[in-house]
Design a protein around this ligand. Structure first.
Ligand code: SUG
Length: 450
């Protein structure tokens, strides 16, 4: 339990890109995923790109940790679906008889740890514990199979029940579709103080009279967001719910973190992000209290929704640097678009807390619709909570070196659809993950280890 006013940090837990990272076009509503379907991927490059970003943030003096990939192909799920025999036979049969189902069980989508869960820091919760709810990700089959192992991983890192409280994923199904922190932002004065938790949802599941997107699915429901707030024992006056603008979902904004990002007292967002935008901003300021928040509203005339979706400007990380100013950690695509680049230059020059922009190449992930912010889960931890967590996952020079070598040793540098059915890929992945559980001191978290 966090009881005193000790140092409190935001720690970014980035997902390691998994050995089966591939482009299977699995995410309707996610423009990049569909556009790059069937391209060959480079899992090794993807993992190294992610690690380089982690190292860079750690070198900036920020707290950085890593979450492991999940076991793929998911033979356990394929068995549930009626494929039988040895593991090798299960894979071969599934690939032949139900190639689309098989591809879904091979996705390395757990790399986008923003979707892994929703976390509320102890300064926001009534029992003063850090609360975790694994996301059910029920809108996409390939992601709906992530939660059980994600929960085991979170429990292996945040084990001490004196500090940490874990909740099961919400019930499966569209009504309680929950995409984790991709639709959750926390505002605060300093990380250790009670903050405002901001939940953005795509539709009301139990009220068809309300607006909802017409072309693409709304993955997060109001009712799911409310359930998380209840489970995490949040103070009602410090919790704000807002509906995403259905039109932007239909333009490819499948999560709120594709159109808005917040940190401490600052919200950087596109003017079309929310329904009833003015009220949303008022609600946030009221919950935040007297001290004025910084609302950086980006007009369509400066950056169009199209450019926002294609460059992932808002899927940047907004982080507080050691000097107290903020930096935008943006994907390489933002530098390649003249409008977006010019806008970013103007943000740095403007009257706001953002002092610099750092660009990282995470193209392997971007081609599946995952930018810098998708790749990380933010965990606000006090010193004693950090000390009570598994120390082996925190990035330092030694772990960075070990993980780079581990990737070089186990990962392929090209993967196409037909490679996924190669039983040797399963053997390689399991060998890699077995070694990783030792590196990260995780015990047995994967189905093949249980
Ligand atoms: O859920 N892409 C992921 C991208 C998740 C991005 N996360 C956040 N915005 N927080 C998704 O749509 C594509 C997989 C494929 O097509 O192979 C995929 O799952």
């Amino acid at each position: 339990m966090n009881t005193n006013s000790q140092n409190t940090f935001e720690v970014n837990f980035d997902g390691l890109v998994g050995p089966t990272h591939n482009y299977a076009g699995l995410s309707v509503g996610n423009v990049a995923s569909l556009k790059n379907a069937a391209q060959a991927s480079n899992p090794k490059q993807g993992a190294l790109q992610g690690l380089a970003k982690m190292k860079a943030l750690s070198d900036m003096g920020l707290k950085q940790a890593v979450l492991p990939p999940l076991e793929r192909p998911d033979v356990h799920v394929l068995r549930q679906l009626g494929f039988s025999g040895s593991d090798e036979q299960v894979i071969t049969r599934a690939a032949k008889e139900a190639p689309s189902v098989f591809a879904a069980t091979c996705s390395a989508s757990s790399m986008w740890t923003a979707n892994a869960c929703t976390i509320s820091p102890s300064s926001d919760t009534q029992d003063r514990k850090v609360h975790f709810t694994a996301a059910n990700l029920s809108n996409k089959f390939h992601r709906s199979i992530e939660a059980p192992t994600t929960s085991r991983v979170l429990e292996a890192i945040f084990t001490n029940s004196e500090y940490f409280s874990h909740h099961e994923a919400l019930p499966m199904g569209d009504h309680f579709g929950d995409e984790g922190a991709a639709n959750h932002t926390r505002f605060c004065q300093s990380y250790g103080e009670q903050g405002v938790e901001f939940f953005v949802f795509g539709k009301y599941a139990f009220d068809n009279s309300k607006l909802f997107p017409k072309k693409y699915p709304a993955r997060q429901t109001f009712e799911a967001s409310q359930a998380i707030a209840r489970l995490h024992q949040l103070n009602k006056n410090k919790t704000v719910f807002a509906q995403q603008n259905p039109d932007v979902i239909d333009a490819g904004v499948f999560h709120n973190d594709v159109i808005a990002v917040g940190n401490q007292d600052c919200l950087f967002y596109h003017e079309t992000a929310f329904l009833n935008s003015d009220k949303v901003i008022d609600d946030l300021q009221t919950a935040f209290g007297e001290s004025p928040m910084h609302f950086i509203k980006v007009p369509e005339s400066s950056v169009s929704i199209f450019d926002a979706v294609h460059t992932y400007l808002f899927n940047s990380q907004l982080v507080t640097l050691t000097d107290g100013t903020m930096a935008i950690i943006a994907p390489g695509e933002c530098r390649e678009n003249a409008n977006v680049k010019a806008y970013l230059d103007s943000v740095i020059a403007g009257d706001n807390p953002i002092s610099k922009v750092e660009i990282y190449d995470v193209k392997q992930s971007m081609q599946n619709g995952g930018g810098p912010a998708c790749l990380r889960q933010r965990v606000v931890l006090s010193e004693s909570e950090m000390n009570a967590s598994n120390q082996a996952v925190y990035i330092n020079d030694a772990l960075f070196g070990t993980l780079n070598n581990w990737v070089e040793k186990h990962y392929r540098d090209s993967l196409s659809e037909s490679d996924l059915a190669d039983p040797q890929l399963l053997v390689e992945s399991r060998t890699a993950l077995d070694e990783l559980t030792q590196i990260l001191n995780l015990d047995s978290v994967y189905p093949f280890q249980l």
